[in-house]
Every structure is written in C-alpha cells, then in structure tokens.
Design a protein around this ligand. Structure first.
Ligand code: SAH
Length: 310
C-alpha cells in the first residue's frame, strides 16, 4: 500500500517536496479539546500571543530562507480583531508569498474578510468524522458547525485543507475509513493526517495514542483516493518515531511544514509533548537524500489548480 501510494504521488504530483513556514502565533485557547495540550484547562503552559510586527518579522525571515508559503496557525484565540488579522495577512502578502490560515472556527463573514485581504488557503481538520467521538472529545464544540466551516471555506474558494487524528480513544478502523471517504466527498485540496499523541497535562494523558503505521496507512489510502492533492508528512509522525517523516514522504506525502516560530515561544505551543523541531537545513538535506527536490514556488495543490481552470 505504501509503495502504491508512493507511485501515485510520483505520477500525479511529482518528486518536488513543498515547504511551508509554520508560524504558531498564539496558544491562547477558548476551547477544551480533551486531547490537546494547549486546551484552555491546561494551567501549566505559559500563554503567549505574538504582535502583528512579530508575526510580520517571522514571515520576512521565512521569505529570506526561501520559503514561499506562510502558514499562520493559532489556538482558538478571539483576541485578534478581524481587522488586525486582515492587516497581518496584507502585510505578509506584500512579501509575495502564499498565505495559509489555520485559526479554527470563524464566521462566514470573517473567512470572507481574510480571503479579501489575500489569504489563499485554509487548514481546518475535521479531527474525526465520528460525531459521537468528536462531541465526547471536544466539549462545547459541534461537529456540524465545524463541517459548516469547511463548506464556507470551500464556497469562498480557499485552497482547502482538512484532516484527522489517528488513534483517538475508541476510534474504530471503520471510522478512519469514513474519514478518508469524507476527504474524497469534500474534494479537499490538502489532507493532513497525524497520530494522536497523548499529552501528560490533559485528561487523555493515559490513553494509548496512535501508531505511526496506522497514521501512514490512512495517509497512503488518502493519496490513492485523492491523487492530485497535497499531503504533508506531519510533525506528529516524526515526533512519534524519528524517521517517521521520511517514511511518510515515501508513502504518499509531498509537503513538509517546518516550524519557524522562535523556539522559546513554540515550546509553549505543545499540542503534544516533545514536538519534533528539525532545522530547515536538515529537512532539505533529507529531501535530497531521498532523491526528491525542494520546491521553489508556492506549491499550489494540483487538485485546486485543476478545479480553478475548469
Ligand atoms: N485552532 C486550530 C489549530 C489547532 S492545532 C484549529 O482548530 O484548526 C492543529 C492540530 O493539532 C489540530 O487540528 C489537531 O488535529 C492537532 N492536535 C491537537 N492535539 C494533538 C495531540 N495530542 N496529538 C496529535 N495532534 C494533535
């Protein structure tokens, strides 16, 4: 299955690995997802919120490092006004890069404002398509609302990313298969799949968590079902097992999202413990060693490009 996914990846999206500069700009969260280390209920982490200038300066250094996509990710922090976020997006767009947002659930009007400010892509994992499990793990959150957000983003013609967690407590094989079918029905442009890694300061600290193999299987099947999309080798895969990222690149993945947030801040963006942080130079060297090339453009999803042309 892994080698089939690798061939389908090669045939459809080629040997280039696209790099995305990940900026984790705030870990202040109103939600309390049981699996997540930055949930509101975790009093042990230091909370931070970067200013617009700090975010812009990180984006500038990403551009200088030769990265052509900036991913702005945060917890569900309502501390930034829509106008603040639009100002940040406009500033980054002046650097002539693609902007991906991953800031959770917002209203249609907010998503529209970000798009008009220049945001190109949006990343919002559905986490699981098992609604019962979702409601158990994400108290106060509503699966239908999250799904509605994905539809809104699609309607606004964002290049759309979603994905799921693998190995949640009582998650079944059937439900993971449903996740893949959901990705196909949604016709997403990017899918990120990651193993669930229990965090010691959360209610799920004693859970078993996901395995790299199962996460790779879901990822590989996703590649077989959606040949043209972008698929990241996720940081959680590398965290679970050194070399996990390489395995992912050889089982269907074509994207890596190096973290460029200053490390003293980023350690507080602990979705799960010991989040891997590989230097950019090492990531590039590993890509070349696999006989692949490092992307030199924005790395737009081919699935998205084909839709936009039709
Ligand atoms: N607030 C944004 C970003 C969430 S953090 C949003 O709601 O989209 C990004 C992703 O980290 C989440 O979508 C989730 O899938 C993942 N994550 C959270 N806790 C995790 C854990 N313990 N192990 C692995 N991945 C986790």
């Amino acid at each position: 299955m892994f080698s089939a996914a690798d061939s389908v990846r090669k045939e459809n999206v080629g040997d280039t690995v696209h790099l995305r500069a990940l900026i984790e700009f705030s870990n202040i969260c109103k939600n309390n997802c049981l699996y997540c280390g930055i949930r509101a209920g975790n009093a042990k982490i230091k909370r931070y919120r970067l200013t617009a200038d700090e975010i812009l300066s990180l984006a500038k250094s990403a551009k200088e490092m030769g990265l052509h996509t900036i991913v702005l990710q945060s917890a569900e922090d309502l501390g930034y006004k829509t106008s603040d976020l639009c100002h940040i997006i406009e500033g980054i767009k002046r650097l002539d890069v693609a902007v991906t947002l991953s800031i959770g659930e917002r209203t249609y009007a907010e998503y529209k404002a970000y798009k008009e400010a220049g945001a190109d892509r949006y990343l919002l994992r559905i986490e699981t398509t098992d609604k019962y499990l979702y409601h158990k793990l994400d108290p106060k959150m509503d699966w239908e609302r999250r799904f509605a957000c994905l539809l809104a983003l699609k309607d606004l013609k964002y290049e759309l990313g979603t994905g799921s967690l693998i190995g949640l407590p009582s998650q079944t094989i059937e439900s993971m298969a449903e996740d893949i079918l959901f990705f196909k029905r949604l016709d997403a442009d990017m899918i990120g799949v990651g193993p669930f890694i229990p965090h010691p300061d959360t209610p799920l600290k004693d859970a078993k968590g996901g395995t790299l193999t199962m996460a790779l299987k879901v990822m590989a099947l996703t590649r077989l079902m959606l040949p043209n999309i972008n698929i990241p080798a996720t940081t959680a895969m590398e965290t679970l097992e050194a070399g996990g990222r390489n395995k992912a690149l050889q089982s269907g993945a074509n994207v890596i999202m190096p973290n460029i947030t200053l490390s003293d801040l980023s350690k507080n963006y602990a979705l799960y413990p010991n989040k891997s942080r590989t230097p950019l130079a090492d990531i590039k060297a590993a890509i070349l060693k696999l006989g692949r090339t490092v992307g030199t453009d924005r790395g737009q999803s081919i699935a998205y490009r084909l839709k936009s042309c039709s």
